[in-house]
Design a protein. Structure first.
Length: 145
């Protein structure tokens, strides 16, 4: 398979659909923690707001200024994070990192949507943007623990 075909696969219709419909795409006015992260390679930025109750994420908001891959990853995070524990968020982050390094293992539910990034393992320069939202969310959650 050619590299051009692989890149086209990376920007699949599913990636573009996720990027176009990001859940919780507004900042929280009363967040307990906020974190902003930036990818130095491409300049993508994500700011996340998190509130927790009884050890679970009770509210989540995000402002995403990223490429299609960063937006798609933020979409998966936005659709999965509310209701999760700190451990679930950390596991999702670690599993996404492993997937991008080529493990081929799809992250556990409710973050199984990250499987769309399997083709991205070949594009190391895209990894930071894909990781922005989940890393920012984990950092915010960690600050509340």
């Amino acid at each position: 398979m050619s590299e051009e075909t692989d890149l086209i696969k990376l920007y699949s219709g599913r990636i573009l659909a996720l990027a176009a419909d990001i859940p919780h795409a507004e900042r929280l006015s009363d967040a307990q923690a906020s974190v902003k992260k930036r990818s130095p390679l491409c300049g993508s930025t994500v700011t996340v707001d998190v509130s927790m109750s009884d050890g679970r994420v009770s509210a989540f908001g995000q402002d995403v200024k990223a490429c299609a891959l960063g937006q798609a990853a933020a979409s998966v995070v936005g659709g999965a994070l509310v209701g999760c524990t700190q451990a679930q968020a950390i596991t999702a982050r670690d599993q996404l990192r492993a997937l991008l390094k080529g493990s081929g293992v799809v992250p556990d539910a409710p973050f199984e949507g990250f499987e769309v990034f399997l083709p991205a393992s070949a594009y190391k320069n895209r990894h930071a943007s894909i990781l922005l939202s989940i890393e920012a969310a984990c950092e915010a959650i960690d600050s509340l623990a």
